[in-house]
Write a protein that binds this ligand. Structure first.
Ligand code: ZN
Ligand code: ZN
Length: 129
């Protein structure tokens, strides 16, 4: 994969996403990026959209309906509590082996995958019971 077709805005958005320790909303990304350059929120959304189609950026929708973006090489997975909406990150990715074998056994080009578990966190489970 190369970045030759990226516009200036796309490159800036991607670079900033790669520096984030956690997935981030478009609005938060816009707030960060406009400290360094003149850019509109619509441009940030367009850049994110283009980067998604190129397989550089993935997104996740939280229970609250917020869309969070991250660079695909930052492979984040979560356990999300349906009661309080908190997401707990997994330490590892259990899908690396499967992705590798699919990549080699099928003609489908895989850019990234998603995985999320849903249920109840411990405090919420105690409360419910
Ligand atoms: Zn909870
Ligand atoms: Zn993964």
């Amino acid at each position: 994969m190369t970045q030759v077709h990226c516009t200036r805005a796309q490159t800036a958005v991607l670079q900033l996403l790669r520096q984030q320790p956690e997935p981030i909303s478009a609005q938060a990304l816009y707030t960060l990026i406009k400290q360094h350059q003149r850019i509109g929120l619509a441009t940030v959304y367009r850049a994110l959209d283009a980067l998604k189609r190129m397989g550089w950026v993935q997104h996740r929708v939280t229970l609250a309906g917020e869309t969070l973006y991250n660079a695909v090489e930052q492979d984040h997975h979560y356990m999300t509590c349906l009661h309080c909406g908190q997401s707990f990150p997994l330490d590892t990715c259990p899908l690396k082996g499967l992705e590798f074998s699919l990549q080699h056994s099928s003609s489908f080009t895989i850019y990234y995958h998603t995985l999320e578990f849903f249920g109840l966190c411990e405090p919420c489970a105690v409360q419910d019971g």
